[in-house]
Design a protein around this ligand. Structure first.
Ligand code: B12
Ligand code: SF4
Length: 478
């Protein structure tokens, strides 16, 4: 009988924490279970084990900018303990900086793994591993096996309010220059087939879905067809990310409403033309349309969430005040705050050196949680003070309730709105609690601590799940 070889995969300390990742289930699905036994350690939940069962085929580590130092230390430690086992890095940072990462790993995978999986496995078995594998996006998604969620040992340890991740497409046809899609899922736009999605959706029955596509709304037809499949799947609702202009379409909105889509995240980023131009968002975002489209989506029961970029060109104290007022007045469901980050190794990062300056060359700070770049004329103090005030106000309980009254909601939907905020705001309350806006060294505390759901989150999540099930049952009945 053939004894499977062991593969050990690590996800490193990240922040924010507690959201189920699709990266590792997607990676795990590439390996034949009869030949390989995969064990996944999420170091946000557990410690590095002291011993590993052999024989070991390789050790994989998912690395992003913020976990770079941790990845180096872990790789050194594993190399000492297991000198003959290849250490392979994959994820965002090796995609951006393969040569830098190769100083610490035997093999790196750039971009997506599925397109290079067969070649990698053949090389692994023949002992002829290359240094770099680059997963081109010229690859039909129909080839991808369904993600293997069994690799996550304790899925209940994660937060459920953000849902279980589902991927329906890769790539994007837009050209926003700062976007990682052009590194991870370059040039091509690919869809999973409807039959494939129908099959994959079986595991989402009774669950809330988070569609993690960079841009779910590239094609209206795809959104409408996928919405129908989700409706049939028995999922208790879902959320996704698209450009706002896609929502200016009644057929799309009706399909989203009828299939239980409760919110769409749009990168509104700023309510300021100059700022949008600076991140090349003028094709996808037209401020004069924001209010009309948001109101239209809300009239279909689809709530809008938004990104808000900290340190964007032209940011002043009144950018925060105007945006806050706008987001509150519009009843925006939640706002994700991210410091402007130009990914190291990209063309845009070089170009932006002319338009401002990098405040650090420490790669770990290029993670959206730190100020790493300041456009000319933007004052760092204004950004941090503005962000602090924004979080205190926007995520205060009175503001959450007020926002929920600034969009049309039933009592059940209002409860869902409030409970989601109670869970989501925790990340930013922790920014304030550790004072990371003024003392970025404190970020380590957030990064390195294990993920434990607070009592409030457990309570809010349980109630939220009940509300979602109830809403789903009501939709089915009526
Ligand atoms: C879900 C998600 C989250 C979740 C969960 C993250 C998690 N635990 O995985 C949460 C909400 C926590 C989150 C937080 C953040 N995120 Co996020 N997130 C995503 C999102 C939408 C989906 C990730 C995913 O599952 N993709 C699908 C899987 C199949 O693809 P994949 O992850 O790329 O994995 C493939 C390959 O990379 C490779 N691979 C991955 N790992 C490994 C490991 C090995 C060993 C190998 C061989 C291969 C390999 O194989 C996989 C299969 O092909 C992506 C965008 C996207 N669609 O990818 C952004 C994305 C990863 N996030 C991003 C950002 C900016 C953030 C935040 C800063 C946002 C914020 N303001 O807080 C934080 C910081 C997180 C961090 N660690 O740095 C950026 C990353 C930019 C960067 N330079 O790192 C992305 C790319 C979106 C963007 N804006 O462009 N995020
Ligand atoms: S529309 Fe969204 S996913 Fe597409 S390039 Fe722009 S920011 Fe990236």
């Amino acid at each position: 009988m053939l004894h499977p070889k062991h593969i050990y995969i690590f996800d490193l300390p990240t922040y924010p924490k507690g959201v189920v990742s699709l990266s590792i289930p997607a990676l795990a699905a590439c390996f034949d279970e009869a030949r390989y036994n995969i064990t996944f350690f999420d170091l946000n939940l557990v410690d590095v084990p002291n011993t590993f069962e052999g024989p070991i085929a390789f050790i994989g580590i998912k690395v992003s900018s913020q976990s770079f130092n941790y990845a180096i230390a872990l790789s050194k430690r594993l190399k000492l303990a297991l000198p003959n086992v290849p250490i392979m890095w994959g994820g965002e940072l090796p995609s951006l900086l393969p040569d830098e990462c190769l100083k610490h790993a035997d093999v790196v995978v750039q971009s997506m793994f599925e397109p290079v999986a067969d070649e990698f496995i053949a090389d692994l078995e023949n002992g002829t591993l290359k240094k770099i594998y680059t997963g081109s996006n010229a690859f039909a998604l129909a080839h991808n096996a369904a993600p293997n969620f069994d690799v996550i040992a304790d899925i209940d340890a994660y937060s459920s309010f953000m849902g279980l991740p589902l991927e329906t497409s890769r790539g994007c046809t837009e050209v926003c220059t700062f976007c990682m899609v052009h590194v991870m899922q370059k040039k091509h736009y690919n869809l999973k087939t409807q039959a494939q999605l129908r099959e994959e959706l079986k595991v989402y029955k009774g669950k809330f879905i988070n569609i993690i596509d960079y841009n779910f709304g590239v094609s209206a037809e795809h959104v409408i067809q996928t919405a129908q499949l989700i409706k049939e799947s028995g999922a208790t609702g879902y959320m996704a990310e698209t450009c706002i202009e896609m929502l200016d379409n009644d057929n799309v909105l009706a399909a989203l409403r009828d299939s239980g889509c409760t919110m769409i995240y749009c990168g509104l980023e700023a309510v300021d033309e100059q700022a949008l131009k600076s991140v090349h968002k003028m094709n996808t975002n037209h401020i004069e349309n924001y209010e009309r489209i948001i109101r239209k989506a809300q009239s279909y029961g689809v709530q809008i969430a938004s990104g808000f970029i900290l340190g964007i060109d032209g940011m002043k104290a009144d950018t925060f005040e105007n945006s806050l007022r706008f987001f509150e007045r519009m009843g925006i469901m939640y706002v994700k705050l991210t410091f402007i980050t130009y990914n190291p190794g990209t063309k845009v990062a070089k170009y932006m050196a002319k338009k401002g300056h990098y405040t650090t060359d420490d790669i770990t700070k290029y993670d959206g949680n730190h100020l790493s770049y300041l456009p000319h004329g933007v004052n760092s103090n204004v950004v941090t003070v503005g962000a602090d005030k924004f979080i205190r106000q926007f995520y205060s309980f009175p503001s959450i309730v007020k926002r929920s009254f600034n969009t049309r909601l039933s009592a059940m939907q209002r409860l869902e709105f409030i409970l989601f905020n109670v869970c989501y705001r925790q990340v930013y309350l922790d920014w304030l609690k550790q004072d990371i806006l003024n003392n970025s060294a404190n970020f380590r505390i957030l990064l390195e601590s294990k993920f434990i759901k607070s009592r409030v989150t457990v309570w809010a999540e349980n109630l939220l799940n009940w509300v979602r099930r109830k809403r789903y049952a009501n939709n089915i009945d009526g």
